[in-house]
Every structure is written in structure tokens, then in C-alpha cells.
Design a binder for this molecule. Sequence first.
Ligand SMILES: [Zn+2]
Length: 495
Amino acid sequence: MIRSYFILSLLLVSLYVAGQSYVPVKADSRFKIKPEIPVKAYAFNLGDVKLTESSPFKHAMDLDAAYLLKLEPDRLLHRFHKNAGLPVKGEIYGGWESEGLSGHSLGHYLSAVSMYYASTGNLVFKKRADYIVDELARCQEARKTGYVGAIPNEDSIFGNVAKGIIKSGGFDLNGGWSPWYTVHKVMSGLVDAYLYAGNQHALEVVIRMADWVQHTVGNLTEEQRLKMLNCEYGGMNDVLANIYAITGNNKYLDLSRKFNDEFVMGQLAKKIDPMPGKHSNTNVPKAIGAARCFELTGIEKDKIIATFFWKTMVHHHSYVIGGNSSYEYCGEPGKLSDRLSDNTCETCNTYNMLKLTRHLFSWQPTQEKADYYERALYNHILASQNPEDGMMCYFVPLRMGTHKQFSDEFNTFTCCVGTGMENHVKYAESIYYEADDGGLYLNLFIPSILNWREKGVTIEQQTTFPESGHTRLKFSMNSPVKLVVSQKVCNMFFF
Ligand SMILES: [Zn+2]
């Protein structure tokens, strides 16, 4: 065994390049459809990167895991059972779970426990994911339509959509509160249970849901479809594109495109900034879906939508911490100094911007994207969690003299509690990336151990960044390899 040690002395900001996207992962047999475009940076599986002790990131992950265990799946399932006509098994939680957005938290929870299991192998979390999938399948069976959900009046809301009866506004569709937003979260949770927790049953359930989506929107006229999309619809295009990639069935790609609007995505395709006055988090997921579709189809329009949106948001609508929006809305581009309010930087927006950044990095790894990712991860995402009890911020406020307001464990469920459950269990996903030419990108200075199976190399990173300006990398190799370090982009190439 050969061991190499070296210290990279870094000038804090300028040396390293960043990350990529968790999809695609190299040689990933879970996806029948491979990227149509050249992938230049591949993600590692969550299980191949372990956070090590004594970092704020590991601390945040541990607190999040403890919170996930405090939550009771049966309480999150309350309205799923009720709406399916089955006996409830637990009391409903407070906040938006008791209101019109109920069910979205379960989707995030399913994603979070699945990712935590993938990261750590802790079977307690897999059992939680498996239990929820089984219960959702039971609800789906009872309803007999393929749908499973927890939204008040959902049969009426979607039944009318299917008939072409559509009343819609910013957050209202036929009297429901952004119902497609919640459907997206549940479907994403199921896809994540399949991808991260290896639950095959979850894939079967979500495919039945996708078929129900087809039944619901498949016969809408163009006018009806676009009217429906006036109401926030989350990342429906993204999750359906992923179901296409997993199954190889073209109908899900076609269905994904049913969730592309004109009033934002059409503008982006023409390289016009549509965001002034727009609700930020309604629109970031649309660009993620476009990015995923570009990977799977190579269609240039999707690339323009995703990349123009990213540049517009990062360079014209983002504050210094990498977040965007004041009271959830974007203002005039480049005019942020008079919008430093108590309610800047909704945390969901940055959760989604980081997802988008990872896709774009995988196509073209650049320091610009890496720097944004690092800035937003350290200064917004990490800062959105209370380091004492693991609770989350909806906003990270930038007004002078203001203070953060954190969620309550069981009574203030919001969108940002949902994304917050996921944020802190997946820090391992963007520290390292594998370059298409056999090199390695080191993107984030987070104490961790990478098991690079393909190369037979283990890399342990020790750092106290940002308190110190250096990181130490310890290489353990099964057999001798030649190591070349590229100073230019801080790659490490193995031959
Ligand atoms: Zn939010």
C-alpha cells in the first residue's frame, strides 16, 4: 500500500472548481435512458462519501437525523389515510400540514430518510422509508385511481381539471392550494425511496401516479393546459422526466412537457428575464426540469431555459449569501440594496438553486458554478438550521438588526421545513466529482472520506475551513498510481 500525504495551501476562494449533479452518476444502472449530452463531471453515490466528525456540516446532519427520528410517519400520513377512506393512525401535524398543502412534508420526509440511509447505511431510516411506501401503496390501492394524496378536496380539484374545468391563479387551482406542488413532492419522495433506499415498490407506486397524471392532464386543450399552469406546479416536469429516465417509456417524457409553461419558460427560452415581480420558488423548479430534459434529450431550448435562468438568478437576483427573493418575490434585476428586509432569502429557493447548479456543473464544470454553490451552501443552507436544536428558518433575513425565526418541531410545518429535512442530510453529494477524463474535482472543503471505488483510492479530507485557509488530503491506494495535481482548477488526476 502506498500512502501519499500533501497539504494544499489555498488562498481561500480562487483555487478550486465545484460540483455536479447527483444525477447523472457514472455507470448508473437504475436509469434506462442515459444522457444524450456529454457529461463532464459525475456525482458519486451518497454512500461513497462520509462526513467526518468535528465539522458544522456533520453536526447539522446529526441534528437533522435526530429530528427525522422524532417525527412520526403515521402523523405525516394522517390525511393520506383519511382521504383514502382508511383509519388514521396518528394525529395530524400543525402548520401547513393542517392546511391546504398537507402531504408535501411526507414527500420531503421520504426523500430525507432515504438519502440519510444511502449516506450512512442506518437501517432504522430504511425501515421508515419502507413503511411509508407500504402505507402509500395501501392508500393507492384503496382509492383505485392510481392517485395517492393528502390534499383537501383533491378529488374535486383534479376531477375538474380532467374535465377541462379550470380556475387558476398564483397559488390557487380550482380552490386548492398549489395542488401540483404537493403531488410533485410526494412523487419525488417515492422516486428517492427507489433511488436511495432501493425500494422497488416505490417505483411501482409512482409509476401508477404518473399514469394518473396522464389521465388527468392528457386530454386538456392547449389553452386549458396553460391556464392550469398559471398556478404553482412545483417540479412536475422534473419528476416526470426522471420517471422517463428510469423506465425508458417515452410517454413520461411527453407528459413532463405538459408541465412547461409559456409565461416564464417561454420568456427564458428567448433570453428574457421574466422574474421581476414573480414568486421566486414557483419558478426555480421549472428550470431544474428543463435541465433534466436537456440531459435526456439534448434539446437546445431546454439548455437555454436552464442556463439563462441560472445566470439571471445568480447574477441579478441573488444576495451576498447566495439566496434570492424578498417576501418570496424577485424585484428589479441588480437592485437589491433597498430590498434588505426581514424576509429575504427563502430557504427553499436556494435548495432548488443548488439542485440546478449541480446539473449545470455536470455539463460544464466551471469555477463560477462551484463558487456559487459553495457560497450558497455555507452562507444560506448551513445558516438556515439552528445549530442547537436542528430547527429551520423559512427566511434568512438580511435587514440590519433583524433575527432569524426557527420552526417548531411539530406545529409549524412549511415548505422550508420540508426542504430543510433534506438539506442537511445530503452535504456529501457535492464535495467531490469525477471528471470524464479520469480526474477528480474537489469542490468543497468539508471534512470527509471519499471511497473512489473505480480507482481503488480512498481520500480523507481534513480541514477546519473557513476558520483556516488550508485543507489536508490523505490518499490511501490499493496499488501504486501516479498522481498529478492541476493547480489551474485544483483537479487531481490519476493515471
Ligand atoms: Zn420554502
